[in-house]
Design a protein around this ligand. Structure first.
Ligand SMILES: Cc1cc2nc3c(=O)[nH]c(=O)nc-3n(C[C@H](O)[C@H](O)[C@H](O)COP(=O)(O)O)c2cc1C
Length: 344
């Protein structure tokens, strides 16, 4: 009997396939399908720091017809006295925050009522902001865990690596102080010392790290001489960067590891598990192949496990992590020397 169940962030999952945070996890109808198709868990579409700030800006523009009720309150406060502006400003910012947050909280509660798989909420943040308050509300709304999607592009010439990295630690420590549900951090790979930083992040008490978020990348249109967007979705060959780091970090961090990016089929799921991932996240494959890819992957893993006489995930998880392979240097090689690549 093949058993795909596993533990991730302390949660019991029926299998390690998690549908990653994306537009696909922003509707109840999709969540139902995701659960029906057999996913082990789902990460909801993130609530974005930028989105909250954007809503605040909109609300600050008086005269918006949708905002009649708060506009009235705003105007009343402003009209009372010039110096009341600050009061009005703070009223609107809290209103905007509350407005965006309450929609998200209601979605979490409905998601929990609708599906019987773990529901992981997600916050996309890159400053300290008020995340501890948001996190607490998200916990109270019933989320099983919280993923913090933090992605700082280190493009500021004035900022050192330490300054950039401090943001991750500050957010992690603040949020951990306020909630008891498991917390994971989804990171990119722009760290001056990736292994060391992720080790230290794993020591902050967080339960997991998701490696790696795939950034929204620019491209250039040489016909229109314009900057535009490159491929929104990953290709199925994009998994190897994550694979290397999962293998290098597995068994060495103080928290779970979820692999993300370029996982499109059962072969790459198996590879990530062999490298030591505790779970995997998928997004692009579901956009490209629809939700039917979930049962296809589950069947593929089961057949492979039968072939190798593995009964449960722990029989092979981490078998080929760097710690466990005969030739650990294989994961650290970065140059195309003829001897190893076979190409002149
Ligand atoms: C259209 C789209 C929307 C996404 N939205 C989010 C999001 O809101 N929060 C988040 O943490 N990741 C988001 N992601 C990133 C995915 O969760 C995932 O980490 C990334 O796409 C790499 O995995 P993949 O190769 O399976 O797509 C989004 C990805 C796509 C393609």
């Amino acid at each position: 009997m093949i058993d795909l169940s596993c533990k991730y962030l302390g949660l019991q999952l029926k299998n390690p396939i998690i549908v990653g945070s994306s537009g696909l996890t922003s509707s109840v109808a999709n969540l139902k399908t995701i659960a029906q198709k057999g996913a082990g868990a789902v990460v909801l579409k993130s609530i974005f720091e930028e989105q909250i700030k954007y809503e605040t800006d909109i609300m600050l523009k008086a005269g918006n017809p949708d905002m009649a009720s708060w506009n009235e309150t705003f105007q009343t406060i402003v009209n009372r006295k010039e110096s009341y502006f600050e009061e009005a400003y703070s009223y609107i910012t809290s209103y905007a925050k509350e407005h965006t947050l309450s929609k998200y909280l209601a979605f979490i509660t409905t998601a929990k009522e609708t599906v019987d798989i773990p529901v992981i909420a997600s916050i996309n943040c890159n400053t300290q902001y008020n995340w501890q308050y948001f996190a607490k509300r998200i916990q109270d709304a019933g989320a099983d865990a919280l993923e913090l999607n933090i992605y700082l592009l280190p493009s500021d010439f004035q900022k050192s690596g330490d300054e950039n990295e401090k943001v991750y630690f500050d957010i992690a420590k603040e949020v951990k102080k306020y909630i008891t549900i498991p917390v994971s951090i989804k990171v990119g790979f722009y760290f001056s010392s990736l292994a060391r930083t992720l080790l230290e992040l794993s020591e902050t008490g967080i339960e997991g790290l998701t490696l790696f978020n795939r950034p929204y990348n620019p491209d250039i249109d040489i016909e229109k001489l314009e900057v535009n967007t490159s491929n929104i979705f990953s290709a199925e060959t994009e998994y190897s960067h994550t694979l290397r780091w999962v293998a290098l970090l597995s068994g060495r961090l103080k928290c779970d590891i979820a692999a993300s990016t370029g996982i499109h089929n059962h072969e790459t799921v198996i590879k990530q598990l062999l490298a030591g991932a505790d779970a995997i996240h998928m997004a692009s494959a579901l956009y490209k192949q629809h939700f039917d890819v979930i049962p296809k992957i589950i069947t593929g893993i089961e057949s492979w496990m039968k072939l190798f006489r593995f009964n449960k995930i722990s029989d092979f998880k981490g078998l080929l992590s760097q710690k466990n392979v005969e030739n650990p240097a294989a994961y650290e090689r970065v140059q195309f020397i003829h001897l190893f690549s076979g190409i002149e």
